[in-house]
Design a protein around this ligand. Structure first.
Ligand SMILES: [Cu+2]
Length: 118
């Protein structure tokens, strides 16, 4: 029986370690350093729908669908909009902290996203 004790202890440690890793995965990841972040403009959704970036980050929107879309700020620390297009990309450097709510003005009910600048 004495031989089993260390084995069971190791198993218990493994369970605890797994639980700790599980918690680490579920906590929000810190915003990455300022650089470029890509958001896909698809038919009919932005992907991802929410991003958190550091101030000074350039967000590059890349059109992936077949239908015209644009990128328009609904509310936020600054206001901007891309032209409506079907392909290519459009980049915007975000220099003010805050929460930007964006939409495609052509499909406003479907295509919305949030950018948090921290
Ligand atoms: Cu659209």
């Amino acid at each position: 029986m004495r031989i089993r004790t260390p084995t069971m202890t190791a198993a218990a440690v493994a369970v605890v370690a797994t639980a700790v890793v599980g918690v680490a995965i579920s906590t929000p990841t810190p915003a990455p350093a300022a650089g470029t972040r890509t958001v896909d403009v698809k038919d009919f959704a932005f992907a991802p729908k929410t991003i958190t970036v550091r101030r000074g980050t350039t967000v590059k929107f890349v059109w992936r669908g077949k239908v015209f879309h644009d990128v328009t700020v609904v509310s936020g620390p600054s206001s901007f909009a891309s032209e409506a297009k079907r392909r290519g990309s459009w980049s915007k450097r975000l220099t003010r902290k805050g929460t930007y709510r964006l939409q495609c003005s052509l499909h406003a009910m479907l295509m919305r996203m949030t950018i948090r600048v921290v």
